[in-house]
Design a protein around this ligand. Structure first.
Ligand code: SF4
Ligand code: SF4
Length: 284
């Protein structure tokens, strides 16, 4: 796909040339992963779930126009939290529609836990979004139950194996649907030693069978305040060993920076503080 050649996360060649911006328009989440805490106004941390601001769709459009004006290699606008893109769908959708109206060739990218994909996958396709990341850490609900505290479905809070099973079924259905409709699906897998590490090859094989384009096996970052805060951070050697093992089955992403939810710039840089909306307002 031509656009993939301009997507710094999907193409290793593109990541030194093209910039992306994450729009933090998605604060809520509908599940709780044991490795996640979401932080606002956190300037010094760089990991998923962290952002210095939350934006309305109108502010997201304004920020896009500002960054676009200053960064001529901007190719991708992604929604990567700080919560789940689909748990905030009306705001995410509005942001995409407004930006698309002023810049039709922008590449949009969504990041989701996949719980609501059965509900929104058709809309994603209809909106012309061709890059979606689904985090899927286990294809066995017994293992999944050790990774998630709860899942919220239609007003009900599920936990344990029941929660993991519903999440898994929706992820599988969603990945297959998107892949069948020409969406490049990247599957993120957080490697948690002693929980899903030996299970990861099975996850990679399963998502490949569903049509995923690539997997991105990432180290656990033991976030302060999360259930897993005292667990060891997975080493890059362990990550690379498992990536090498899985590469025979499916393309592996090796340049992920586990970016903030408001990250801006090349993957190797973080210009999020420079482009905070409070600075924009000062300039206005
Ligand atoms: Fe955090 Fe993402 Fe898990 Fe939600 S799906 S709890 S935002 S890591
Ligand atoms: Fe790309 Fe990884 Fe950063 Fe997402 S977190 S924008 S996949 S480098």
């Amino acid at each position: 796909m031509e656009t993939t050649q301009r997507h710094p996360c999907y193409s290793a060649e593109a990541h030194m040339r093209y910039a992306r911006m994450h729009l933090p328009v998605a604060p809520a989440c509908n599940i709780q992963c044991n490795y996640c805490t979401r932080k606002f106004d956190c300037v010094h941390e760089s990991r998923p779930g962290v952002t210095s601001e939350l934006l309305t769709p109108e502010q997201a459009l304004d920020k896009f126009l500002w960054v676009k004006e200053k960064m001529d290699n901007l190719s991708v606008v992604g929604i990567a939290g700080p919560g789940d893109a689909l748990a905030n769908w009306p705001k995410v959708r509005s942001s995409i529609v407004m930006i698309r109206a002023v810049q039709p060739d922008v590449i949009f990218c969504l990041s989701t836990n996949g719980l609501m994909l059965p509900e929104y996958a058709q809309e994603i396709v209809d909106l012309g979004i061709r890059h979606v990341t689904v985090t899927c850490n286990a294809i066995d609900p017994v293992i999944g139950a050790k990774l998630y505290q709860y899942v919220l479905v239609k007003g009900q809070r599920l936990s344990g194996v029941d929660a993991a099973r519903v999440l898994l079924e929706n992820q599988m259905q969603g990945i297959r649907f998107l892949a069948d409709h020409n969406v490049m699906v990247k599957v993120n897998i957080v490697m948690v030693k002693g929980i899903n590490d030996t299970h990861i090859p099975a996850v990679v094989k399963a998502v490949k069978a569903l049509g995923a384009f690539m997997t991105n096996i990432m180290p656990l970052i033991p976030a302060p305040g999360s259930v897993f805060e005292h667990m060891a951070q997975t080493s890059m050697k362990e990550i690379n060993d498992i990536r090498n093992f899985c590469e025979v089955d499916l393309k592996q992403m090796r340049h992920c920076k586990q970016c903030r939810a408001d990250a801006i710039g090349l993957l190797s840089e973080d210009r999020s503080q420079e482009f905070r909306m409070c600075n924009r307002n000062l300039q206005a």
